[in-house]
Design a protein. Sequence first.
Length: 66
Amino acid sequence: MVGHLVRELPYGNFTRQVFLGGNLDTSNIEAEYDSCVLVLSIPAAPHAQPRRFQVTQRGDKQRLSA
């Protein structure tokens, strides 16, 4: 089911203010407007990207990948 999250008046000017968290790369925001729909793409900041690391089991020193 597709519905409306926010519906604006189809005429006149309006503004919208959005507060973004600190884990977003706001210097690389992309915006696209098509068929009366504004789409914002905001990537995650490099420090918020998932990381890989090794996990070692103490008993027999078996290595696991996480």
